[in-house]
Design a protein around this ligand. Structure first.
Ligand code: BEZ
Ligand code: FE
Length: 290
């Protein structure tokens, strides 16, 4: 086509696909071109704005490395990561929620009832629950990869004062699907906002806060892996998570309990002499064939 116009450019673009283009690639690139072309026309994008966008993407790449995943953060604050979670939701399963950039591979195995709190100050938090299938059957032997911030709001990878795997561990559920561990109550914290993504937040009058949460990845043979988070019902940022990760079924109440009700069979049993917080978070996994 030698007479490309703003009215036919999308069709011209689609006509350039080769006959052997993978059908899914064709579907995705078709929709991408249609939406991007429509966007440029809708806002009447100027050359200066287009150049600013290109510079922004360049700087997003430049600041990224093995530890800093600025493109994932960009996807998170634009709501794209959460939309991908939601369009891939499994009926009857616990909602998934953003992975975020602070998961690290290779966390140590921890036993049922293990303590992640160690020497940190503040009330003990007991987290417990059961992992089940969508048909209600408990799933024993599931692996739960757990990570959270220290009370200073930092993940171990951000904080030189913490060991590599501080507040990280992988617990295997018992035969009845149950898991339990102790920790500290996580705190609200800000996503990294000292790079290009921070500029978008600033430019649109947005704050960088996330409500407090614990991260989980749950893997079990024959089930879809679930990446999710559990949020505290009393957190002030629950209705304004800057990465859109909150879902109703992931919000749990932390209940204060007297010291003498602390259960047996956990690493801290017999050592808790002050009121502690207890939260129950049950998880439902979807079978792979579903
Ligand atoms: C997090 O929860 O760790 C997180 C998620 C998205 C962006 C930044 C941090
Ligand atoms: Fe987080």
């Amino acid at each position: 086509m030698r007479n490309v116009t703003k009215d036919n450019i999308t069709d011209v673009f689609l006509g350039y696909f080769g006959p052997d283009t993978d059908p899914r690639m064709r579907e995705i690139m078709t929709a991408l071109a249609q939406h991007m072309h429509a966007f440029v026309k809708e806002v009447g994008l100027t050359h200066a704005e287009w150049q600013r966008g290109i510079d922004f993407l360049q700087r997003t790449g430049d600041i990224s490395d093995a530890e800093r995943h600025e493109f994932i953060l960009l996807s998170d604050v634009l709501g794209v990561s959460s939309l991908v979670d939601m369009v891939n939701a499994r009926p009857g399963a616990t909602s998934s929620s953003v992975l975020g950039p602070f998961h690290i591979e290779g966390a140590p195995a921890i036993a049922y009832g293990a303590d992640l709190k160690r020497h940190y100050e503040g009330p003990v938090l007991l987290v417990e629950g059961q992992v089940c299938s969508t048909d209600g059957a408990p799933i024993g032997g599931a692996k739960i990869d757990i990570w959270q911030t220290a009370p200073n709001g930092m993940y171990s990878s951000q904080d030189p004062e913490q060991d590599t795997y501080s507040f990280h561990g992988i617990m295997t559920t018992q035969a009845d699907g149950r898991y339990a561990f102790t920790s500290v109550k996580p705190v609200s914290y800000t996503v990294p906002n000292d790079g290009p993504v921070g500029e978008i937040l600033d430019a649109t009058g947005r704050h960088p806060w996330r409500p407090s949460h614990l991260h989980y990845i749950i893997k079990a043979d024959g089930f879809h892996t679930l990446v999710t988070e559990v949020f505290a019902a009393d957190d002030p940022y629950l209705d304004q998570d800057t990465v859109f990760g909150v879902r109703d079924d992931l919000v749990m109440t932390y209940v204060e309990e007297p010291a003498d009700s602390f259960p047996d069979g956990l690493e801290l049993s017999g050592k808790v002499d002050e009121p502690y917080l207890r939260v129950q978070f049950d998880l439902v996994l979807a079978p792979e064939e579903a």
